[in-house]
Design a protein around this ligand. Structure first.
Ligand SMILES: NC(=O)c1ccc[n+]([C@@H]2O[C@H](COP(=O)([O-])OP(=O)(O)OC[C@H]3O[C@@H](n4cnc5c(N)ncnc54)[C@H](O)[C@@H]3O)[C@@H](O)[C@H]2O)c1
Length: 456
C-alpha cells in the first residue's frame, strides 16, 4: 500500500518506519525542514530504541522516504495517516490547529481519492469536523474528489514504541464504510500474522477509546500515589500493598507504581482535554478531575519531602542536589510535562543548586531549562553527585538500579537519598550510611558511618 504519514514526531516516525518495515511504501512529511533534512540523512531527531537502525534499513530499501512537499507526498500515496501533535491549549482544551492545518493542506492539494486516517489523539467529533473541513475546501475549489475519514488512535508507548507498533495489543479502527475497512485490514494484515488484533467500531467510540485508555492508566497511577501518602502516615509500605492487590488477576500489577507523578506528552494533556470537552458538554467528570488534581499534588510531593528533610539542616538555600533522570520516563528523551521540571523549578526558587544527569534527555532538557548558575548538566551519575547534599532519583532508568556508591558517596557533601521511583533497597542504602526517603514508605534513617567516612 502507498502510505503518507503527516508529521514525523514520536508517533509519525515510528508508524512510518514500522509500516515500511512491513513492506508498505511510505512517505513521511513534516513542516519542519531541518527535521526532514536530518531524516533524509538517516538522522533520527528523537531517542527511541531500535528506531534509527530500522529507519535506515528501510530508507536503503527505498520503502521509506521523507519530504516537506505535500504535492509530491500526495501524488505518491493513497492512505494518509495524520500524526501531528494535538497539544493542550491555554484554555485546557485540545488544540487542533496543527491537525486543521494538515487537513487543509491535504484538501487544497489532493487531486484524487484519499483515505484520511486520524492517528493523533483527538476529542470525539473530530473526524466529523475533519470531513466538513475537507468537504468545504473541495467545494470552494469546485472539485468533487471522494475521500473518507477514519479514526485509528495510537497506543504506542515511548521507549517501547517499535515493539508496540510491530506487535500491537490491539488496533482500534473507527470506520464507516466496508471499503475503507478493507483498506485498513490490508494495511494492518502484516501486523496480524500471529493473531487478529483489529477492533472495529464506529468512529466516535474509537475516538473516545483512546482517551478512556489513557485516563484508566492515569487513574491507576494517581490512585497509588494517593494511597502512598496514606501508607507513609500509617507506617506501611506501598510496594507491599501493590503486590497484595496486583496478585488479584482482576487488578493486575501494571501501572500500579507510586512515584513522583505522571508526565509525558499524553496522559496529562489527554486528561485535561477530555475534562474540558466533557465540561463543555455539561457532563460531570468528577473522577477525571480528581486524577488531574492528585497528579498536580504528587508532582510537588518530592520537593516537599526534600524541604522537610532539610528544614533542620538550615533549609535549601545553597544546598546541592544530584538529580538523576530528567525524561518523563526511562528509554525516551521526551521531556514534555516531565516531573523533573517541576522539581528543578521548585529547588531553583529555593536557591538550591541542581546537578542534572540523564542518559539521553539532557539535550532536550537544555532546550527547556533557562540557563542559570543554579543548574549544571553532569556527564555521569558520579559527576552529578559531586558536592551534593542529596541524590534525588526521578526517572527509573535501569542504569540507576546499580549505582556505584563507592565512587559516588566519597565526593558527596551530604547523606540523603530521595528515591522518587522506589528503585533502591532501603536497607542497602542505610547500610551505606545514607538516609533513605522514598514514596509510600517511612523514612529510613541511617546510623551507620558513611562508607567509613565521617561527616559533620
Ligand atoms: N508520543 C506518544 O507517545 C503518543 C502516543 C500515542 C498517541 N500520541 C498522539 O499522537 C499525536 C502526535 O504525538 P507526537 O508525540 O508524535 O507529536 P510530536 O510533536 O512529536 O510530532 C508532531 C510532528 O508533526 C509535525 N507537524 C505539525 N504540523 C504539521 C503539518 N501541518 N504538516 C506536517 N507536519 C506537521 C511537527 O513538526 C512534528 O514533527 C498526538 O495527538 C499525541 O497525543 C502520542
Amino acid at each position: 500500500m502507498d502510505i503518507l504519514v503527516v508529521g514525523t514526531g514520536y508517533v509519525g516516525l515510528v508508524t512510518g518506519t514500522c509500516m515500511a518495515e512491513m513492506g508498505h511504501k511510505v512517505i513521511c512529511i513534516d513542516i519542519n525542514k531541518r527535521k526532514i533534512d536530518d531524516l533524509k540523512q538517516g538522522k533520527v531527531p528523537i531517542f527511541e530504541p531500535g528506531l534509527e537502525e530500522m529507519l535506515r534499513r528501510n530508507q536503503a530499501a527505498k520503502r521509506l522516504h521523507f519530504s516537506t512537499d505535500y504535492d509530491e507526498a500526495l501524488a505518491r500515496s493513497f492512505v494518509c495517516f495524520i500524526t501531528v501533535d494535538t497539544p493542550i491549549s491555554a484554555e485546557g482544551t485540545a488544540n487542533l490547529s496543527q491537525l486543521d492545518a494538515a487537513l487543509e493542506t491535504i484538501a487544497e492539494k489532493m487531486v484524487e481519492k484519499k483515505i484520511i486516517v486520524l492517528k493523533s489523539t483527538v476529542p470525539v467529533g473530530t473526524a466529523e469536523h475533519a470531513k466538513k473541513l475537507i468537504s468545504n475546501i473541495l467545494e470552494s475549489r469546485g472539485v468533487e474528489i471522494p475521500f473518507e475519514v477514519i479514526s485509528n488512535p495510537e497506543f504506542l508507548k515511548e521507549g517501547n514504541a517499535i515493539n508496540d507498533c510491530l506487535k500491537p495489543d490491539r488496533v482500534v479502527i473507527g470506520v464507516e464504510s466496508e471499503e475503507a475497512l478493507e483498506i485498513m485490514r490490508e494495511i494492518y494484515a502484516p501486523f496480524m500474522i500471529s493473531r487478529e488484533r483489529l477492533i472495529i467500531m464506529d468512529i466516535k467510540s474509537a475516538e473516545i477509546t483512546k482517551y478512556a485508555a489513557n485516563m484508566m492508566l492515569a487513574l491507576r497511577i494517581s490512585f497509588m500515589n494517593e494511597l502512598s501518602e496514606y501508607c507513609e502516615k500509617m507506617d506501611a509500605n506501598i510496594d507491599k500493598v501493590r503486590l497484595g492487590i496486583g496478585s488479584d488477576h482482576r487488578i493486575g500489577y501494571h501501572f500500579l507504581y507510586a512515584g513522583v507523578g505522571f508526565g509525558g506528552s499524553c496522559l496529562p494533556k489527554d486528561i485535561k482535554a477530555f475534562k474540558a470537552h466533557a465540561e463543555h458538554n455539561e457532563i460531570p467528570v468528577d473522577i477525571v478531575s480528581a486524577i488531574d488534581a492528585a497528579n498536580e499534588r504528587q508532582k510537588r510531593k518530592m520537593f516537599k519531602k526534600i524541604k522537610d528533610y532539610f528544614s533542620d539542616l538550615l533549609g535549601l538555600k545553597g544546598k546541592t542536589f544530584a538529580i538523576l533522570g530528567l525524561s518523563f520516563k526511562p528509554d525516551t528523551d521526551d521531556m514534555r510535562e516531565a516531573p523533573s521540571l517541576t522539581l528543578i523549578d521548585d529547588l531553583k526558587k529555593s536557591g538550591a543548586f541542581c546537578r542534572l544527569f540523564d542518559p539521553v534527555a539532557s539535550a532536550k532538557a537544555k532546550e527547556l531549562l533557562e540557563p542559570s548558575p543554579l543548574i549544571y548538566f553532569a556527564e555521569s551519575e558520579e559527576d552529578a553527585a559531586k558536592g551534593a547534599d542529596a541524590i534525588v532519583l526521578i526517572t527509573e532508568w535501569k542504569q540507576f538500579r546499580f549505582l556505584d556508591f563507592e565512587k559516588i558517596i566519597p565526593s558527596m557533601k551530604g547523606r540523603a537519598f530521595f528515591d522518587g521511583r522506589n528503585q533502591q533497597n532501603p536497607e542497602k542504602i542505610t547500610q551505606l550510611g545514607m538516609d533513605y526517603i522514598s514514596i509510600g514508605k517511612k523514612t529510613f534513617f541511617s546510623n551507620q558511618p558513611l562508607l567509613g567516612i565521617s561527616h559533620k
